[in-house]
Design a protein around this ligand. Structure first.
Ligand code: IVH
Length: 672
């Protein structure tokens, strides 16, 4: 079939446009069109090429993924060896480098081209007559592997050089890497799919480049940055390295935006500090900066020693990743009772500090990362971020490593540990008794919506718990004026007021007392449900999970949580002592006296500002008639009571078709 001229022209125009968008997106990092438009152009070109196969060219953007999986990579001998750089670790090394360069050139001051040292993989790209023909890894520096098929999929590598007269030969050196943001996204996807995650962008880039099937590499977000010219025919060499980078940029290669030209050792160190300060914010990982004598003629004079140039040096930053050994995994109990495994590490200097421990967050995280006691692990500390155990080094295992098991008893108080099916954290069930949770538990107990003990605030609770005067809420009822007045910043009068408030709190409602206990998953609404259903605290304490589930809105999770709380002898003891102290959660009578009303058994959600009732008042009115007030709108909601400036809850109600009433509507229901 002959190809109509319009089709050939359209294909050509599409190719040029797609490459232009590729360049804007992958090289300039400044997308010109939305993804959907790009996809549309790409699809149109692919369709044209399918209809007229004669139109297909090797450089077409559609041909980036074309190569078949290879059984192995073939070897490539580098025309010019790919050398390494000597390292400088401190100012003295840099001063010595500059001195040797000045002596070698017989000059007082030398100009340097400076750039970041990318933490990726070195590769070499060969172009013949403007076309990309060969891409190779560094290998041992003399022979590498042919990864052309994989590199063709990297969209920041031009398949055809931009701008004017094609060169006979061009050999470009640079680094393949993964941008941090792309790496994070890729790992997030892997995690969601339950697949293996990569430890860092460098490993991810290495793993992706070494795929035998280019179709896999094509799905990995690899980038390329050029930093050197190793061969050029068909054009004169420029005079400086800075010009080399400009030329490379003009041909369509990405080069580091942070490149600069500086003078002398002072200029080098200023550059080092400037980039060091920006390190965390760069789009890619770097492990140092590279200094190169700017004039290429000077580079030739200086030449090479063994395998490294005399004209260049890498100045390293402190490593952000190091290896060390997990000597143990300890469990810490937080204020909420959450148990957190923490790796105790053989001290290691990383990211500028000595790290001796690192949180492992929770049990699942330990399993997911497969970190065992005795493992050699990679530890990372970047910037001010807290140190992290990245991954075990499995090759270093010798079989003596032990798996971590979450303890079944709380390491602080010895109470049972439980983990709810939908929670990541295992928790101590000690609640009132556990020293780790004491301050929070007591503050909650005394809070306004619980026992409402005025004056027993955070500072006072801290002092009382630290002095071990108060260990459980029951101890509050043994406080006297003398003990309180002896505390810091506490006068006789305030002490008297607090003792009076404590005395007053003894007479309260059963719902408040239940809520005050701080049982996990038992909020105010559930406490009220429970108080209505059970005839006093004793009945609640005796109820098994089945009985608990008879209460409206109490499901298996809440029932288990309540049953566990009361099964804990420490908690029962606290309740006994509260009772001895005269604390009474009196039945409000709700259970017996609720008359069948239009409100009874219905679930309400309050939102916005009502004209005359506060939310608490409205809730109290609803609850005294046997209704229930919930915090969020669901299909189970019967009415949403909306006042002024009602927001998302009202929207949700409309979405779900839940009845919406105002304050008057509520009053009418209450009168029925
Ligand atoms: S120039 C003659 N510039 O560092 C040496 N190398 O130890 C030419 N690297 O394997 C290297 N960023 O992968 C140069 N801006 C940069 C670099 C850089 C990273 C890597 C490169 C090489 C290693 C040298």
């Amino acid at each position: 079939m002959t190809v109509p001229r319009e089709a050939a022209e359209r294909a050509k125009a599409l190719r040029a446009e797609i490459e232009r968008h590729n360049y804007a997106y992958y090289v300039l990092d400044a997308p010109t069109v939305p993804d959907a438009e790009y996809d549309r152009l790409f699809h149109e070109l692919a369709e044209l090429e399918r209809r007229y196969p004669q139109l297909v060219e090797a450089d077409s953007p559609t041909q980036r993924v074309g190569a078949r999986p290879a059984p192995e990579f073939s070897q490539v001998t580098h025309r010019t060896p790919m050398l390494s750089l000597s390292n400088a670790f401190g100012e003295e090394d840099v001063a010595n480098f500059d001195r040797r360069v000045r002596e070698g050139l017989g000059r007082d001051e030398v100009e340097y081209a400076t750039e970041p040292k990318f933490d990726g993989l070195a590769i070499s790209l060969t172009y013949e007559n403007g076309h990309f023909v060969l891409g190779a890894t560094r290998g041992d520096g003399y022979t590498g592997e042919d990864v052309t098929g994989n590199l063709r999929t990297v969209r920041s590598i031009p398949l055809r050089l931009q701008g004017g007269h094609p060169l006979r030969l061009l050999e470009v050196r640079g680094e393949v890497l993964m941008l941090r943001r792309d790496f994070e996204k890729m790992n997030e996807r892997a995690r969601a799919a339950g697949e293996k995650e990569f430890a860092n962008p460098r490993n991810a880039a290495a793993g992706s480049l070494r795929q035998l099937d280019p179709r896999i590499t094509a799905q990995r977000p690899l980038r390329f940055y050029a930093y050197a010219l190793a061969g050029l025919e068909g054009r004169a060499m420029p005079a400086t390295h800075a010009e080399v980078l400009e030329l490379l940029r003009g041909w369509g290669f990405p080069v580091a935006a942070e490149r600069a030209v500086v003078s002398g050792a002072g200029g080098l160190l200023r550059y080092y500090n400037e980039i060091g300060a920006k390190r965390e914010k760069l789009p890619y990982d770097i492990d140092g900066v590279v200094y190169k004598v700017n004039r290429l003629a000077d580079q030739n004079i200086l030449g090479y020693v063994s395998r490294a140039p005399r004209f260049a040096i890498a100045h390293k930053y402190p490593a952000q990743e190091e290896m060390t050994v997990v000597e143990g995994i300890e469990v810490y109990v937080g204020r909420t009772g959450a148990l957190t495994p923490v790796a105790r590490l053989k001290p290691v200097f990383v990211g500028g500090v000595t790290v001796t421990n690192a949180t492992l967050h929770n049990e699942d995280e330990v399993r997911r990362k497969d970190i065992r006691i005795g493992d050699t692990v990679v530890v990372r500390r970047a910037g001010d971020v807290i140190p992290e155990v990245v991954a075990p080094v499995r090759e270093k295992r010798n079989g003596s490593e032990r798996e971590f098991v979450m303890p079944r008893r709380c390491p602080v108080c010895g109470s049972g540990v439980m983990r709810l099916p939908d929670e990541a954290a295992a928790r101590c069930t000690g609640g009132l008794f556990c020293a780790a949770q004491r301050k929070r538990a007591i503050l909650h107990f005394a809070s306004r919506r619980a026992m409402d003990i005025e004056g027993l605030g955070e500072k006072l609770v801290d002092q009382l718990v630290d002095a071990e005067v108060v260990k459980t809420p029951a101890d509050i009822y043994r406080l006297d004026v003398a003990t309180l007045a002896a505390l810091e910043r506490m006068g006789e009068k305030s002490a008297q007021n607090i003792v009076a408030a404590i005395g007053k709190s003894k007479k309260t409602t059963l719902a408040r007392l239940i809520f005050a206990l701080g049982i996990r998953n038992v909020g105010e609404a559930t406490a009220k449900d429970l108080a209505r259903h059970f005839d006093g605290m004793k009945a609640l304490m005796e109820a098994d999970e089945e009985a608990l589930q008879q209460v409206p809105d109490v499901g298996p999770v809440v029932a288990e949580s309540i049953a566990r709380f009361f099964a804990e002898p420490h908690n029962r003891e606290v309740l006994d002592r509260l009772q001895q102290a005269g604390v009474k959660g009196e039945d409000e009578g709700g259970r017996h006296h609720v008359a069948a009303s239009a409100v009874s058994g219905k679930t309400f959600v309050l939102t916005g500002t009502l004209p005359s009732l506060t939310r608490d008042e409205a809730a109290a009115l609803i609850e005294t008639q046997g209704g229930k007030v919930s915090g969020s709108v669901s299909k189970k909601t019967d009415y949403v009571v909306a006042g002024a400036e009602a927001g998302s809850k009202l929207e949700k109600a409309n979405e779900l078709g839940v009845a919406v009433i105002d304050e008057d509507g509520l009053r009418r229901l209450l009168e029925n």
